[in-house]
Unconditional design. Sequence first.
Lengths: 107, 195
Amino acid sequence: MRFLVPLLLVACQHSDVSRELGARCLDSTECDDRCLGPNSDWPGGFCTIRCEQDYDCPEGVCIDEEGGVCAFSCAADTACTFLGPGYHCIERDARGGVTKRMVCRGG
Amino acid sequence: MSRRLILAVLVAAGGVAQADDSERPKAEPSDQIIGVSLGLAIGGRLTPGGVRIAGSYHYQLSDNDWFDGRASFTFGSGAPACFRDRIDNVICDHGMIDGDGVEISANVRRFFGRGEYTPFARLGIGAGLVYFGGDRVSGIAFPLHAGGGLRIALTHLLALMAEAELEVGVGVFNRDIGAQPQVGASIAAGVEFNL
């Protein structure tokens, strides 16, 4: 029984990131679509998907980088800590519009 | 003359075989049975699911219990579903019909009564290999099986079988994934032959 409890806990594990958005990566084979970085802009690498509008993104918003990619939206740096060291809440141009977006990003 | 003799021997042999076969009630499973089945396995995460083909051999242990040894092959999708989270743990979130597996298992099948329609229960333990091609994840799994079904005797030699089962166990995987639970279910239908 003591053996089963940790296994059941592992079975229920949950991640804030996914192959679509936010997983660490070295190249696009680790992601559903594409991998940004790894570099100082996207520390550890960042799985994302191409987008033209916010509604193209399963989570987060669409920013005008790399031809349009999804990123996690935020209001302050504390909202980006789950992505690890090097991520901050930074203002970027929205894709497909003239507005700005606050997103988690390195740099 | 010799042609008549051969014919007589064949008829006699056929009569003996017929007599042996008819002595057994139609619904009675023999002391040895072989079977083959086709079904659908439902997995998820690191438990493979998909089309499952199995072959089985049954040997009578007591009035109601048969040893049930089987080999099964599961064929699911190879779509990748693993990723590295932000602290570099590999997490796999495969769907219900992803992955491939091969397993051998030792079970005990208990029949409840005798009749044309005979329900049964099955308990067993298996060992197998699991492979998720799209993620290059493979491992060794040790599932426990618990299920039940119905055997429908068609002739003295042939029966249909339908069953459902649950499997729970543990698997050990590469890519630093380590030990992970195996949780699945399956349904299958097949034919069985009395030997």
